[in-house]
Design a protein around this ligand. Structure first.
Ligand SMILES: Nc1ncnc2c1ncn2[C@@H]1O[C@H](COP(=O)(O)OP(=O)(O)OP(=O)(O)O)[C@@H](O)[C@H]1O
Length: 365
């Protein structure tokens, strides 16, 4: 009896890739399928050959094929994925094309608001997007997406517990706020924080994504460091308000990404709360927080201004009500957020064309 390749492929769709939660055929991990008499041979491409699930996956492949062809000899050859753009053999998330950090110098400049709208804005453009809220000083993203009080599920994959992100508007989301109470979060110290960041990547099942947006705490600290030590960060976006005093802090945050040992490119700057326009005077702009900060920071970081977002009541309401403004139709605001997303997508594409993939920062402790 000869074996049917289509049946074998179908059988292999029952084998799960533990990193993405998808099957290994969908993830394009099966290569060089050959039938040779009683032998069924193929290669299984893994992100890294020291993957902890290597033998489980080998066994799962054999079992799946022998369910349809019990008499077959199944030979699975494990190979390591060739690193492509933004892929590194040791990245726990090589199925995520771009990891984008959103940072700021000061708190309260609207970094989380920009992160949420940027993520959903990129999704509106047709991309597959995920969001991580790593801002432990105010994990506000659960509220901004109407997910407050919810807890992610834990699923056993190959006998290991894996976290399944929650979903908002079709977008997978993880937050420090899903795991610990905000009061507890602020007293956490280095090793514990670094453990949480690692969990977000190593133990969370992210589907294949074009962009994963990471909302960082303001300033520079343990979370930023853990992030660049865990995954290759494609680039950083800085959020600032227009006033001069915010810029000095934003420059410190920028310098951390640009340290030679970190080397994460700055993709651009978003200036938030740029001006206020009262509804009854639609042609007037009041520059409550001064002017020019975003432009200056873009110049300092040798990047571009991705957009200016005015102060609009609908932006605050969108956050409080769990439906971000980019999904609404709010004059001056929805369009401004969509433009930020469009410009960010363009700058990411330019970055990937012109610069080498970022490397994960090696720990020297
Ligand atoms: N352009 C804007 N217009 C009106 N309200 C805004 C705007 N941007 C942000 N806000 C509101 O300001 C508040 C603070 O925003 P947000 O939580 O995004 O700041 P943040 O920089 O992430 O703060 P932190 O990092 O300190 O938690 C929120 O209530 C948000 O809805």
């Amino acid at each position: 009896m000869s074996f049917d390749k289509t049946k074998i492929v179908k059988a292999l769709t029952k084998v799960t890739d533990p990193n993405s939660g998808q099957d290994i055929i969908t993830m394009n991990m099966v290569r060089d399928l050959e039938i040779d008499g009683n032998n069924i041979n193929f290669s299984l491409e893994l992100p890294s050959l020291d993957s902890r699930n290597k033998s489980d996956m080998n066994f799962a492949c054999m079992q799946a094929v022998q369910e349809v062809y019990p008499e077959a000899n199944v030979n699975v050859h494990m190979i390591s994925a060739a690193p492509g753009v933004q892929q590194q053999p040791n990245s726990p998330v090589s199925h995520i094309k771009n990891i984008i950090a959103v940072g700021s110098g000061k708190g309260g400049v609207g970094k989380s608001t920009i992160s949420v709208n940027l993520a959903l804005g990129l999704k509106q453009l047709g991309a597959k997007v995920g969001l991580i809220d790593a801002d432990l000083y105010g994990p506000s993203i659960p509220t901004m997406l109407g997910l407050q009080g919810q807890r992610p599920q834990v699923k056993q994959i190959y006998d290991q517990p894996k976290i399944m992100p929650l979903e908002a508007y079709g977008m997978p989301v993880m937050s420090i706020g899903f795991i610990i109470e905000p009061e507890q979060a602020v007293v956490l110290r280095g090793p514990r924080l670094s453990g949480i960041i690692k969990q977000f990547f190593n133990d969370t099942v992210w589907p294949p994504l074009d962009y994963l947006i990471v909302d960082l705490p303001p300033g520079t600290g343990d979370i930023q460091l853990s992030l660049v030590q865990t995954v290759p960060v494609t680039g950083a976006i800085l959020v600032t308000t227009p006033q001069e005093v915010a810029i000095a802090d934003a420059i410190k945050a920028m310098n951390m990404f640009l340290l030679p040992s970190v080397n994460v490119p700055i993709l651009g700057v978003v200036e938030n709360m740029s001006w206020f326009t009262p509804a009854e005077l639609p042609d007037n702009k009041y520059f409550l927080f001064g002017e020019g900060g975003g432009k200056r920071l873009a110049k300092e970081s040798n990047s571009v201004l991705l957009g200016q977002v005015p102060i609009v009541q609908g932006i605050r309401e969108g956050g409080d009500e769990g439906k971000p403004v980019v999904l609404r139709d709010v004059p001056h605001a929805t369009e401004a957020m969509q433009l930020v997303a469009k410009n960010a997508a363009r700058q990411i594409a330019i970055r990937n064309e012109t610069k080498d993939p970022t490397r994960i920062v090696k720990m020297n402790n």
